[in-house]
Write a protein that binds this ligand. Sequence first.
Ligand code: F6P
Length: 474
Amino acid sequence: MKPTHALCFLPAGMTSEAYSRTDGATGDKLASIENLKEIEFNEKNLIIYSPPGVEDELSARFLYSLAYATLRHRSPDLISEIIVFLRDQEPDIVRECGDYAHFDLKRTVWSLELLRQDIVENKEFEIFRVKSPDTEPWNRFLNAIVKEKRHWFSAVWLHADCYMYRRIWSIFQRSDTLMDYDYFGEQKMLATKKAAQMMKSILGTTRDLKRSRDNFQRLLKLSLWGERSAWMSEGCRLNDLLVEYECDLLADQSVAVWRDLRHAYDPVYVDIVTGNAGFELFTDLLLADYIIRSKLAERVRFHLKAIPWFVMDATHKDFHWLLDFFRNHEFIELQGFARQIQQHLQDRSFILCEQSYFWTSAYDFSHMKQVQPCLYVYLSEASLLIFKGDLNYRKLLGDVNYCSTDRFENCLRGFQPTSVCALRAIKTDLYCGLTVCQVEWLNEDEPNWMVTGEKAVIQLAVKHRLSGDIIVAL
Ligand SMILES: O=P(O)(O)OC[C@H]1O[C@](O)(CO)[C@@H](O)[C@@H]1O
């Protein structure tokens, strides 16, 4: 069942009556002018005054949707925040990137302002002109979108979201001095530093955990909840928190994941398509370390992002930065963990997969077999493929507004190189695999529950690999 989002995502400052009564006669004058502007924008851009229907693709063309609220407010705000950040950090950036960065920054800020304006005015998507390894595939993707879906507010939301992050990156690619600069790097590093104490105490609690179903579930759940900020607060205890979070798990197939892994044929590989950097990446490493030490698999392979992505996503650079951070930290527990990871990398029980731009394309995963067959085959060598986070979940479902009770495996639309597990803290109005009425009950309690990241799911679609059968026929 799908919820009605009628009251959840009204644009800021707007009442539901304002939509039904457009005369603006009541209330404060300024608010009415704002309301009128919104109405004008909506009419000009053919915004539909309803939430998406079942099996519609999410899009900002639906007024009552998170996509609309994001494109109308959050995305332009995010670009403004980058601009403010660049201005504040100019002296540091010039120190890091060289004197000429001063001039490049001016041009970069100007281009970011234009991009912001593009979104605000609902312009058409443009093809990319700056040469990068993924320019051609991106342009092929953009050229294949039907004309009516090439604008920010008419596009599939997933496409618009990914396109925005790729556009931001391409602005930085235009200048020699800033092309390697990670504009989200500072946030990722600060968050990691804040979490050091917590990571130290978790390492203390999880050291030498024996192979058991309970311990596996504990580490899987830790990796799921890895981005919750409560972890950072002083004095919180791992087991207490995991117990407290249990009631926020709307679907929990962790036992099935354990069973699937235990019965997998050799050689057992587990692939993790990571989400956020910092503390969340630390929890992924902890899970991977446990998988190797308890001999559940002989190899864990990590897929990281090739470019700065959705603010906190982990890139290869973030991975190496985290290792250095641990190595040089005053806490001996963190130093020890760095040595352990280094050892896994050396003996190839941990593999950092070759950088793939597929993860930072706008393709949903059902297109992988056709667009990136080598990656599909590579993933099919694994016995278990774990996807972290909300964005990966949207890519699994192709941003299709499935009925919330539809089975997870039926919503993957053919993408199943192997057993697929989603560890997802819910941040978007998109779900499947839930029980009847679960969404309605949650809506009654708190209409915005689906954007807070407080509820989560562990879901699994099993695909058994036959013994010795590593390569999947395309
Ligand atoms: O870091 P995560 O969990 O992948 O979340 C990214 C999500 O954040 C959002 O920007 C919404 O908060 C979505 O567009 C996206 O799905």
